[in-house]
Design a protein around this ligand. Structure first.
Ligand code: PEP
Ligand code: MG
Length: 840
């Protein structure tokens, strides 16, 4: 199959090597040619459908009927013109013929504002071959630039109806946030653990699946189709591993909705005109503060273009990277969970194969290590800036941060140079990098105001974790504020008062004091035991995934850990964790909980959570296959190690065991038998309580029988919902219907809860519904007295329980059981909550 690509305008045709941008010159976005335009009208280079056209209209891509995607990118760095001088004449989804006008642009504006007007016209060449490439020289619009020959495989891969080859899988992106930094890192880690060449393809682009920057630059959003391709002996396993990585990201997204990012807020008063002495911005971290404007300026790091010998520069580069790696790891261990996660992302960038390959190429061409690294990082930033996705564009800050870490290590400096802060400083800057923020004295910093920046950037996430009010996008007016001026940040309203009067400052100070008092009261209230209005005791526990979360949970008022997902210790590694490593981790978590109970769930692996060191046969339907307790029973060696580690935690009896995916009582007795054996072996007298998760309808319906062998039950409503409704919990199109408040799920919960009441044993809920405002009254009404939720949701859950009357909840829950859908249930609960004055 041959597709002819025509010149989209008159101009000068040359090789992509001449494009002053490593992304295009390095063929990272595909192969083709470049054109220097002499006219300002971009025409379609072939027939096709418009698949991407950013709002800035500086680039467009088309997809042909055979599935080939062609990207035309007008000039280099033209994204920075923010659409000035560009006008789209078509929209995404339009079908166009070769020669149809797509974009009109002002040559003068583009020439003055952009780095270059060289316009790459590129196609993805996997499964395709470029022929009849036009030689360097003049070209007129509509003349042939090159032809693309799609091979049989390429053509079948690109058409949706084609049968799926064994080495590829096409999926729809289930993640609400799309393929942003965290899932990209999860996928890259999984890709690194398999011995296959593996790539992800979407929007006509292809990315090395081991490269976080390349994966992000694909710009895959929720619902977009993408394909995992793998080649080599472990191709099948690679596809499974990557699919599992996406599932894991999905579970993390479900368990921690917008896990570490502040809720994105719109410009609080974008439509309002600022009052005099005031600037309006976007709330990145809500809050209120008053303090002295304090500027920090970033010091530019000089980098020589030419270096020493290639060997010297390579050695220097390696030294600097090792130094940065060691320092970042040290910082990660010293910081909290948020900081650790951000540093983890930076470490991924440091070792990113695409970033490193481009830097090494530049060094090989005679450039210094610093120049090569900076060029490579900047090229990736430009690729991200092409995307119409704020979240991904904001990752540019992280790349800049890791760029400066390496550059500083190259010049022999260990830390960013930042001025010490005065008391009650409000930081004023154009932008701020995560490492710059962590280098500041938190005790003196009361607020952050940036003229640029993004509300979902990592620095905003860090500021949220540090509880520092932050406004971004305040614009150039910020420059006018003199150093040391008193300013008031009302980050709830998106406003910065730049010249407040003395009385206004005094009032603001009083507001800050009052708020501090209120939040201390709320935290204190969360520390106290929780009772419903009528005095019924309800225990609120935390779902944990690692040690850092345990401390946070205690600060937030957790009465213990209701679910420790121990899988985190087992995945993303080549060998199973040793007994010692597991024991240390469990003991650390128990210590962080300071005497509170710890419910440790046996590793919930297998099926959709494969382990590299756990070869299991291929399953057509992993959700219904070997997973949870079924997997551990099939691998007694892994089970024994985990049980021994759990039994050794001191003091004996503090840890309770929870079995995932139980379907019948024999699974409980089998584990109990092994526990008893190991207790004897370890000379542990104390009994370890064993509970079963209710995640299958079978477990719910036989709860009374299970409770003869189990000491307690914990309802995993995420899986229970999926198995009851026969709806994949990660299915993007069923997401709104996979609702645990469906009456069928509620009936199963009612069955399990009643069995618990009858047996006098505890039945908890640890699935996501426990933190759902609407679910809490129904669960209490059905007899549940223990909820386990993510640490951040504990104070709100306690507050909610305290406003409820159990008798009313019971009456409403019974009515819910008779309704026809989750939507009807939600409506009824909303009416009830409104009647008791509980607002969202
Ligand atoms: C559940 O299924 O509700 C549960 C808590 O387990 P996980 O989300 O880890 O599968
Ligand atoms: Mg589950």
């Amino acid at each position: 199959m041959l597709t002819k690509i025509m010149a989209p305008f008159d101009g000068w045709c040359s090789s992509l090597d001449d494009v002053p941008d490593a992304v295009f010159a390095g063929r990272m976005l595909g192969d083709g040619l470049a054109l220097d335009p002499t006219s300002g009208l971009l025409a379609a280079p072939c027939d096709g459908e418009v698949v991407t056209l950013p709002t800035t209209a500086h680039a467009v891509s088309l997809r042909t009927a055979s599935g080939l995607e062609i990207l035309v990118h007008i000039g280099i760095d033209t994204v920075e013109l923010k659409g000035r001088g560009f006008k789209a004449l078509v929209t995404v989804g339009d079908r166009v013929r070769a020669g149809d006008a797509l974009i009109r642009f002002d040559l003068d504006v583009a020439a003055r504002g952009a780095k270059s007007l060289m316009t790459p016209v590129v196609v993805q060449t996997d499964g395709a071959r470029i022929e009849n490439r036009r030689p360097t020289g003049p070209v007129s619009a509509g003349e042939l630039l090159f032809a693309v020959h799609l091979t049989e495989l390429g053509a079948s891969e690109r058409t949706a109806a084609a049968p799926m080859a064994v080495t590829q899988r096409t999926l729809k992106m289930p993640l609400k946030q799309g393929l942003h930094a965290r899932p990209a890192a999860l996928i890259a880690q999984r890709a690194k653990s398999v011995g296959a060449e593996v790539s992800l393809r979407a929007h006509g682009k292809s990315a090395n699946a081991r490269s976080v920057v390349a994966l992000m630059a694909l710009g895959v959003r929720h619902g977009d189709e993408f394909t995992i391709h793998a080649g080599g002996p472990e191709a099948g396993a690679a596809i499974e591993a990557l699919t599992a990585g996406i599932d894991e990201a999905l579970r993390m997204e479900a368990a921690h909705p917008t896990p570490s990012s502040p809720p994105p807020r719109s410009a609080a008063s974008a439509s309002e005109v600022p009052r005099s002495g005031e600037l309006i911005g976007v709330t990145a971290v809500a809050g209120f503060a008053v303090g002295r404007a304090t500027r920090i300026e970033r010091r530019a790091i000089e980098v020589a273009e030419r270096g020493g010998s290639v060997e010297q520069e390579r050695a220097e580069f390696e030294r600097a990277q090792n130094e940065v790696r060691t320092r970042l790891k040290r910082m990660a261990n010293a910081g909290g969970a948020t900081r650790r996660e951000i540093i983890k992302a930076h470490l991924e960038f440091l070792d990113d194969p695409t970033l490193n390959a481009t830097a090494q190429e530049s060094i090989a061409a005679g450039h210094s290590a610093g120049f090569g690294w900076r060029e490579s990082v900047r090229a990736s930033i430009r690729a991200l800036e092409l995307l119409d996705d704020t979240r991904l564009r904001e990752r540019a800050d992280d790349l800049l941060d890791i760029e400066s870490h390496v550059l500083m290590a190259l010049v022999g400096e260990a830390k960013p140079m930042i001025l010490p802060l005065p008391e009650r400083a409000v930081l004023i800057a154009a932008d701020l990098l995560p490492s710059e923020l962590t280098a500041l004295d938190r005790q003196r910093l009361v607020g952050i105001c940036l003229s640029g920046g993004g509300a979902t950037s990592h620095v905003a996430i860090l500021a949220a974790a540090m509880e520092i009010p932050m406004l971004v996008g305040l614009g150039s007016g910020l420059r006018e504020i003199a150093e040391g001026t008193m300013v008031i940040i009302d980050a709830d309203q998106g406003r910065l008062q730049t010249t407040p009067s003395e009385p206004a400052v005094a009032t603001a100070r009083a507001t800050v004091e009052a708020r501090l008092l209120r939040s201390a009261e709320q935290r204190l209230a969360a520390q106290a035991d929780c009772h419903a209005q009528d005095g019924t005791r309800v225990e609120v526990y935390a779902n944990l995934g690692n040690v850092a979360e345990a401390s946070l949970a205690v600060e937030n008022g957790a009465e213990g850990c209701g679910l420790l997902r121990t899988e985190f210790l087992f995945i993303d590694r080549d060998t199973a964790p040793s007994e010692e490593e597991q024991f240390q981790t469990y003991q650390d978590i128990a210590a962080a909980l300071s005497g509170r109970p710890l419910i440790l769930r046996l590793m919930d692996v297998g099926g959709d959570k494969p382990l590299k060191y756990l070869p299991l046969p291929h399953e057509d339907n992993p959700a219904l296959g070997l997973r949870g307790v079924r997997t551990v029973l099939s691998r007694p060696d892994l089970l024994r190690t985990q049980l021994r580690a759990a039994l050794r935690v001191a003091p004996p009896g503090r840890v309770r065991l929870l079995l995932p995916m139980v379907t019948d009582a024999s699974e409980i007795t089998a584990i109990r038998g092994m526990c008893d054996e190991l207790r004897a072996e370890l000379k542990r007298g104390a009994n370890m309580e064993i509970g079963a998760m209710v995640e299958t309808p079978a477990a719910a319906l036989t709860a009374a029988r299970l409770l003869r062998d189990a000491d307690f039950l914990s309802i995993g409503s995420n899986d229970l919902t999926q198995y009851t409704l026969a709806m994949d919990r990660g299915h993007p199109e069923l997401a709104s219907r996979t609702d645990a408040l469906h009456p069928a799920v509620l009936k199963l919960i009612a069955a399990a809860a009643s069995a618990g009441v009858a047996a006098g044993k505890m039945v908890a809920v640890c699935g996501g519904m426990a933190a759902d405002r609407a679910a809490v009254p129904v669960l209490l009404g059905l007899g549940v007295r223990e909820l386990s939720v993510v640490p951040g949701a504990i104070p709100a859950t306690k507050r909610r329980v305290r406003s409820l009357r159990i008798l009313e909840c019971r009456e409403m829950a019974l009515r819910c059981l008779e309704l026809g859908s989750a939507a009807e249930v939600r409506l009824l609960i909303d009416q009830y909550l409104a009647s008791v004055g509980d607002s969202p």
